[in-house]
Design a protein around this ligand. Structure first.
Ligand SMILES: Cc1cc2nc3c(=O)[nH]c(=O)nc-3n(C[C@H](O)[C@H](O)[C@H](O)COP(=O)(O)O)c2cc1C
Length: 299
């Protein structure tokens, strides 16, 4: 009997903690709301993160870089936090998208190529807004961790921070808020070789969409992910295996999103020497000075 009561108490305490946590993160998120338009205004003077170049060097060893993306869900009945993890394609640092030849050609032909003038230390991946991770990101104020295991260098990278989801209509308040947060992490490149023309959010999201093959673009017109197979979509536009050439296909673009992660903590493990594993935690301080502090940890 006592055990059952203790379990119930534990559940309700966890649910309360989760609710408080969510509301704190949401407050934080809402406090950063600002009006925002399609083109870019100011950019940050953040220096490159100290872990950036080694991270890129390690990731470059992977032919086709994928990462495990972890978020937090909540049990609908008890409110208890539940871990969730899935594989996603790593799409580089936001603002620095390396376009495939065919995507670049299509964007150029259609006059939709952004000048390459920004860089950042924010990790990007693409997703479908109907997937559960998007709701989980919203519910937790963006709580996220991504993980890479790079066997070639015997290194594990865990990057934690806050995720922002962009790709909705620019008139949506949540889209404006997300863009304005992402903008804070963008730096103007020091060389001026990025080309001409005006940079816009719309062009940037479209470039991520263009970098998918027609079949992958078509996946954003699939039946609602995660719903029972027996449940046929009401909308005749939604089916598997479609190939989409149009970069502005209204159905696919309604569902397509770019998730941008502002990294706040990096936990790196180096297993090169089996007798002496090494581990570091590099954390962004919260004084507003964008200073990173590195601490060596016992592995
Ligand atoms: C190799 C591989 C790459 C994947 N890349 C992505 C990706 O970039 N974005 C994405 O949303 N899902 C990707 N997926 C599918 C996810 O792992 C997951 O099944 C899907 O996103 C639904 O997850 P959710 O319901 O937890 O949001 C990939 C799966 C595999 C196996």
């Amino acid at each position: 009997m006592n055990r059952i009561i203790n379990q119930a108490e534990r559940k309700s305490k966890l649910a309360l903690a989760a609710t408080k946590y969510r509301s704190r993160r949401l407050q934080h998120h809402i406090s950063h709301l600002s009006t925002h338009t399609g083109t870019m205004a100011a950019t940050s003077s953040i220096p490159p993160a100290p872990w950036r170049s080694l991270f890129l060097e390690h990731i470059s060893k992977l032919d086709d870089p994928y990462m495990s993306v972890s978020t937090v869900a909540f049990d609908p009945k008890t409110g208890i936090p539940l871990p969730r993890v899935r594989t996603c394609g790593f799409r580089g640092f936001f603002g620095e998208l390396k376009l495939h030849h065919s995507a670049e050609k299509q964007l150029k032909d259609e006059g939709g190529l952004n000048p390459s003038i920004y860089e950042s230390d924010m990790i990007a991946f693409t997703t479908d807004v109907r997937m559960e991770k998007v709701e989980q990101i919203k519910e937790t104020g963006g709580a996220i961790e991504v993980l890479f295991w790079v066997k070639e260098v015997m290194g594990q990278w865990r990057l934690r921070g806050q995720a922002f989801v962009i790709g909705d209509s620019e008139s949506e308040a949540s889209e404006k808020a997300a863009r304005s947060e992402v903008e804070k992490g963008l730096r103007k490149k020091s060389d001026n070789t990025g080309g001409s023309g005006e940079w816009s959010w719309e062009k940037e999201v479209t470039a991520y969409f263009a970098n998918h093959s027609p079949l992958m673009r078509g996946s954003f017109k699939g039946p609602h992910p995660g719903t029972p197979h027996s449940q046929k979509p009401d909308d005749p536009n939604l089916s598997l295996g479609q190939k989409v050439k149009d970069l502005h296909d209204p159905v696919a673009r309604r569902h397509f999103r770019v998730v941008v992660i502002r990294v706040e903590e990096v936990d790196r493990l180096d297993l090169n020497d089996p007798e002496k594993a090494l581990r570091w935690k590099t954390t962004l301080d919260h004084t507003g000075h964008q200073r990173w502090e590195e601490l060596e940890l016992w592995p």
